[in-house]
Design a protein around this ligand. Structure first.
Ligand code: NAD
Ligand code: UDP
Length: 311
C-alpha cells in the first residue's frame, strides 16, 4: 500500500539510498535534511519525481507533517563530523528523537530509529548481542554520539510504553558504499580515496582493531524489512558479521585499486573500540534477513563509484 514517508537525514549517504528505494516502490517520500553532512547532489535526480519532496529543516526544531512512516536518520555518523560540534550532535540525537516521536504520536505514524553499534561502546562481549548493555565512556570524545544515540533509544522505548507510539529500533553496524562523502572521514571512504589519489593510507593505531563492514544495499533491505513487519520492535542488530582488522581492510583496498599508496600509522583516537561484530541471530529469525554482499564485492562497487566521482 502507498504510504507517506518522512526520511530525516534523507540527503545523506544512507538516507538518499533509502529515498531512492522508497520512491521506486511508489511511496510519497519527504526528504528532510539540514545538509550538515548530506548533500543536495545525492537527491537531485529525485527532484522532478511526482512522489518526492525535499524539506530543508533542522530536526532539533519541531516539525508537523502528515505522514504514515518516519525513518529517523538525521545525525552525523562519522567521528570527524560528529566531533566537529559535539553539542549539536547530542542535540540532534536527543531533540531530534523527541521531535520525531512527538510527531509520530500526533499523527499516529510508525517511527524507526537509526541507532548504532556505538551503543555497545568498546564492547567486552563479542560478538555483540542486543541483550548486551554496552561499555560506553560517558565523558569521552565519542560520548556526544554514543550517549546521544543511547538516550534516543531510551526516548523511543519510553514513548512506546507511555504513549503507545509504534516504534522500530535498529542498531546499524559500520555500513559503506557509494555516496559516502569523499571527506566523510570514515575508514572505508578514507582508504579508497587515499588509494585512488596515491596518498598514504592512514591507519590509526596499529590496525589490529576490528570492524565488520556491511554494504549499503544489504543494510537498507534490513531497514525496510524491520519497518514493514509487525512481530518485533527491536532493538535489532543489522550488519555484516564478516569481521576484519583495519590493517586487513587497508591491504584489501590497496589490492583492489592496484594503488602504489603506502600504509602509514597514526595515533589512535581515544575510546576507539577494539573490536566490533554483530550477532544477527535476531534479524535472521524475525526478519528473515542476512547480508548477501561480501566485503570484496562491496569494496569493488564503492571503488568504482569513487573512481567516477572524485574531482
Ligand atoms: P550521513 O552523515 O551521510 O547522513 C546523516 C544525514 O543527517 C546528513 O544528510 C545530514 O545532513 C543530516 N543531518 C545531520 N544533522 C541534522 C539535523 N540536525 N537536522 C536535519 N538533518 C541533519 O551518515 P549516514 O551514514 O547516512 O548515517 C545515517 C544514520 O544512520 C545516522 O543517524 C547514523 O547515526 C546512523 N548509522 C550509520 C552507520 C553507518 O555505518 N553508515 C552506522 C550506525 C548508525
Ligand atoms: N580508521 C583508520 N584510518 C582512517 C579512519 C578510521 O584507521 O583514516 C580507524 C578508526 O580508528 C577505527 C576504524 O578505522 O578504528 C573505523 O573507523 P570509522 O571512523 O570508520 O568508524 P567507527 O570507529 O565509528 O566504527
Amino acid at each position: 500500500m502507498k504510504q507517506r514517508i518522512l526520511i530525516t537525514g534523507g540527503a545523506g549517504f544512507l538516507g538518499s539510498h533509502l529515498c531512492d528505494r522508497l520512491v521506486k516502490d511508489g511511496h510519497d517520500v519527504i526528504c528532510l535534511d539540514n545538509f550538515f553532512t548530506g548533500s543536495k547532489k545525492n537527491i537531485t535526480h529525485l527532484l522532478d519525481k511526482k512522489n518526492f519532496e525535499l524539506v530543508r529543516h533542522d530536526i532539533t526544531m519541531p516539525i508537523f507533517l502528515e505522514v504514515d512512516r518516519i525513518y529517523n536518520l538525521a545525525c552525523p555518523a562519522s567521528p570527524v563530523h560528529y566531533q566537529y560540534n559535539p553539542v549539536k550532535t547530542i542535540k540532534t540525537s536527543v531533540m531530534g528523537a523527541i521531535n520525531v516521536l512527538g510527531l509520530a504520536k500526533r499523527v499516529k505514524a510508525r517511527v524507526l530509529q537509526a541507532s548504532t553499534s556505538e551503543v555497545y561502546g568498546d564492547p567486552s562481549v563479542h560478538p555483540q548481542k542486543e541483550e548486551y548493555w554496552g561499555n560506553v565512556n560517558p565523558i569521552g570524545i565519542r560520548s556526544c554520539y554514543d550517549e546521544g544515540k543511547r538516550v534516543a533509544e531510551t526516548l523511543f522505548f519510553d514513548y512506546h510504553r507511555q504513549n503507545n507510539v509504534d516504534i522500530r529500533v535498529m542498531r546499524i553496524f559500520n555500513t559503506y558504499g557509494p555516496r559516502m562523502h569523499p571527506n566523510d572521514g570514515r575508514v572505508v571512504s578514507n582508504f579508497i580515496v587515499q588509494a585512488l589519489q596515491g596518498k598514504d593510507i592512514t591507519i590509526y593505531g596499529d590496525g589490529s582493531q576490528t570492524r565488520s563492514f556491511c554494504y549499503m544495499d544489504d543494510l537498507l533491505e534490513g531497514m525496510v524489512r524491520l519497518m514493514d513487519q509487525e512481530s518485533i520492535i527491536g532493538p535489532v542488530n543489522i550488519g555484516n558479521p564478516g569481521e576484519f582488522t583495519i590493517k586487513e581492510l587497508a591491504q584489501q583496498v590497496i589490492a583492489l585499486t592496484g594503488s602504489a599508496s603506502k600504509i602509514i600509522f597514526m595515533p589512535l583516537p581515544s575510546d576507539d573500540p577494539r573490536q566490533r561484530q554483530p550477532d544477527i541471530t535476531l534479524a535472521k529469525r524475525a526478519l528473515n534477513w542476512q547480508p548477501t554482499i561480501k566485503l570484496e564485492e562491496g569494496l569493488k562497487k564503492t571503488i568504482e563509484y569513487f573512481k567516477n566521482n572524485l574531482e
